[in-house]
Design a protein around this ligand. Structure first.
Ligand SMILES: [Zn+2]
Length: 524
């Protein structure tokens, strides 16, 4: 009896196919994953609401990172904190061996976008405070729900492989991904599945024709202070240099390629008129289509800053705040993901969801067609050249086969980066949209975890098509450092007030309940 048992065990050890046969097939695992994401709807809702209530700006995502890593740690993930020299960045890892599937989604919010959820007009929770007016509060809920489901399936059915979760720290500043790449955080990663809030369920591949890469840089001019009436000849105005640089840029603008976008704000214009400003600074974004053109625009900016010092006797230093390559997503991964998008489909919206969406659309003077009910088709890269936002995940996409899942947690036709975009983000619209997103993330990860062949196809396509002619060179210099001190003052100013409104799921089912908001509230 005993020796039979031993022989049988040895046979098991040496017959890996038998183990594979015992494992449920891909289809069976996918059904289990969908059911498991559905079973976690309350968990997903709580994560969406919790992070919404933290409302933290880029590089200051302390509560958010503590909360998300806490959940992952409790669930058997190993956490490495403070990666790439960024205090709020981390990596969570589960499992071992290949393939290595990584997930990433943003954490940070928008200045002055505080807004009560479920209310279709401007009504801040804390006046002037930051708020999730982009919807980044939902991304961690999507990815964490997916990886917890995957971890359970991997453990139960002994699927080999590694899961890695990354936070998109300071995405609104385009502030971290180039540093993640420089620190080698994606070395050995096979596939990256990013997720980003949207009004539809969609994915894409290839490169865009719109200006989606950039360098974000501050020029800090240094002059000499003097009494502006008694001894102006002794002073050298740093503000003069800022104004001359801006004037020069605006003249030159006429002679730049139509594809470029450049814009600036004066961060520091001096203190008071009777003091010749010894310090002044201006913050530029230089956007273009590709690395070579971005670099050219950036260098032109540097030349103008230097020229302004010659005209004024000031000096200049510069601080790169962020940078981004235009994204270059994988067709192989996008095609696999698209099948899962079609399988999962759009959420079932309630009448309340639709009436909030339509009331908000009416309020902002947009078509009142409500929430989308059909998933998007997978289309070739859009030849549209006009829409020009950037996202620093672009840098990752040039180093690892990657896609960006867009999931339907927000309302169509919103302007982005404003209180309007926060309205849906702690309501059933965001909760259901995040559940749909988590399903697609889990299913797509299963495709790659169970098929070494598909992983190889993505790698081959990456090498022979995606990066055949263009090789990644970082837009940051070797001396540049992440701008981790950014937003510190803004965050500290509002923290005491914001803390009063942190979501407490032990007392309230939803954040709407906690705030006492009737859903939806469409008029005052
Ligand atoms: Zn974003």
């Amino acid at each position: 009896m005993r020796s039979w048992h031993l022989v049988f065990s040895i046979a098991l050890l040496f017959t890996p196919e038998l183990r594979a046969q015992e494992r449920p097939g891909l289809e069976d695992l996918k059904q289990q994953a969908i059911a498991a994401v559905d079973a976690r709807q309350v968990f997903t809702q709580q994560m969406v609401d919790q992070i919404f209530s933290y409302a933290e700006l880029g590089f200051q995502e302390r509560e958010t990172s503590r909360y998300v890593t806490g959940i992952l740690e409790q669930n058997g993930f190993q956490i490495e904190r403070g990666v790439a020299g960024i205090p709020t960045a981390w990596i969570a890892t589960y499992g071992s061996g290949r393939p290595v599937i990584a997930f990433i989604s943003d954490l940070d919010c928008i200045p002055r976008a505080s807004q009560k959820p479920g209310v279709a007009y401007h009504d801040p929770i804390v006046e002037g405070a930051p708020g999730h007016g982009e919807g980044h509060n939902s991304g961690s809920a999507v990815n964490v729900t997916a990886v917890l489901v995957l971890r359970e399936l991997m453990q139960k059915t002994k699927i080999p492989g590694t899961l890695k979760i990354f936070p998109g720290v300071a995405e609104e500043l385009l502030g971290t991904k180039a540093y993640y790449v420089r620190a080698g955080l994606f070395d050995g990663v096979d596939i990256v599945l990013g997720s980003h809030v949207d009004d539809s369920l969609a994915t894409s591949y290839g490169q865009s024709y719109a200006p989606q890469g950039l360098v974000s840089v501050q020029y800090l001019f240094h002059g000499r202070a003097a009494h502006a009436a008694m001894a102006p000849w002794d002073g050298r105005s740093a503000l003069d240099a800022v104004e001359l640089m801006d004037a020069a840029w605006n003249f030159r603008r006429e002679h730049l390629r139509l594809q470029q976008r450049s814009h600036y704000v004066i961060v520091n214009g001096g203190d008071q008129p009777n003091v010749v400003p010894s310090e002044a600074s201006v913050w530029y974004y230089f956007r273009e289509l590709d690395y070579a053109h971005i670099r050219e625009l950036f260098e032109l900016g540097n030349t103008m800053a230097e020229s302004a010092t010659m005209m004024t006797g000031a000096t200049v230093t510069r601080k790169v705040v962020g940078s981004a390559w235009p994204p270059n997503f994988s067709k192989v991964v996008a095609e696999a993901q698209q099948k899962n998008i079609e399988r999962v489909g759009m959420p079932q919206w309630s009448e309340a969801d639709q009436s909030l969406a339509k009331a908000l659309q009416k309020k902002i003077g947009q078509p009142t067609d409500g929430l989308k009910t059909k998933v998007d088709e997978l289309k070739p890269p859009s030849p549209e050249t006009e829409k020009g936002g950037s996202d620093d995940v672009g840098d990752i996409s040039w180093n690892v086969p990657m896609v960006y899942l867009r999931y339907p947690a927000n309302i169509p036709h919103t302007p982005g980066h404003s209180w309007v975009d926060a309205v849906a983000m702690a309501t059933p619209i965001a909760h259901k949209g995040s559940t749909a997103g988590a399903k697609v993330q889990a299913l797509t990860a299963l495709d790659f975890l169970l098929s070494p062949e598909l992983v190889k196809q993505a790698r081959d396509y990456f090498t022979s098509v995606q990066t055949k002619d263009v090789k990644y060179v970082p837009l940051i210099g070797s001396e540049d450092k992440p701008a981790t001190e950014f937003n510190k003052d803004k965050m500290e100013k509002f923290l005491p007030e914001l803390r009063k409104y942190y979501y407490d799921p032990s007392k309230y089912k939803t954040y709407l309940d906690q705030l006492g908001i009737q859903y939806p509230t469409v008029r005052k």
